[in-house]
Design a protein around this ligand. Structure first.
Ligand code: TMP
Length: 214
């Protein structure tokens, strides 16, 4: 039996341009009438960085393309971790406690992929900070929307890149490889994001139904 009183935490990960935002909008529209959630509960759509009020300010700081004074890799990692701690304390944890569902565009998997595999910061440091920032909160399910780094660049050709998106193809290849390794190790749901939008969202919905309707 599905205990509808328990909140669930759903995360979507992937490299820039993989279509996370489109899929999250679709899931959040569908979930309330999916039969998975009790009538008096809601779905919180959120993101990292920037899901909390202070996180919005941190997001600007982290992604600002100020070429004169980019943060060091360690500072970048700590800023993402600070954003996560605030996000958990102010948004995710309170929502889950009262049985609401949370759907987040990125979470700690992005730090492991971008700062771990992309920036090559020691994975022990990444893991320690994840433990500190997450305070025991883990996603119930993580989806990895997979596209190639080349496809990511093509899809973003008309967008002004933020600081991380400006890193170029080799960085992106390392991040993508990191996501693939993490998805295998952590048993995330990997979905090819080169299919049509509706094919991808139907697959996500089917996986959510299978996992949470029992
Ligand atoms: P977004 O464009 O998906 O909103 O994400 C902002 C950028 O931040 C994106 O390029 C990925 C990057 N990022 C990290 O490098 N580490 C993290 O922990 C998170 C959450 C995002």
């Amino acid at each position: 039996m599905n205990n509808k009183m328990n909140g669930k935490f759903i995360v979507i990960e992937g490299i820039d341009g993989c279509g996370k935002t489109t899929q999250i909008n679709e899931i959040c529209k569908w979930l309330p009438d999916s039969g998975l959630i009790a009538n008096n509960k809601t779905v919180i759509k959120t993101r990292e960085p920037g899901g909390s009020e202070m996180g919005g300010k941190l997001r600007e700081l982290i992604l600002s393309n100020d070429k004169n004074d980019p943060p060091s890799d360690l500072t970048e990692l700590l800023l993402y971790s600070a954003d996560r701690a605030e996000h958990i304390n102010k948004i995710i944890s309170p929502a889950l406690k009262i049985g609401n569902w949370v759907v987040s565009d990125r979470f700690s998997g992005s730090t492991a992929a971008y700062q771990g595999y992309g920036r090559k910061i020691n994975i022990d440091i990444i893991n320690k900070l994840e433990t500190i920032a997450c305070q025991g909160i883990n996603p119930n399910i993580t989806f990895f929307l997979e596209i190639s780094p080349e496809e990511s660049i093509v899809r973003r050709k008309n967008k002004i890149p933020d600081r991380i998106e400006s890193e170029g193809i080799n960085f992106l290849k390392n991040v993508n490889e990191g996501f693939r390794i993490l998805a295998r190790e952590k048993k995330w749901e990997t979905i090819s994001a080169t299919n049509e939008i509706s094919v991808i969202s139907n697959k996500i919905k089917q996986i959510l139904m299978n996992k949470f309707s029992k």
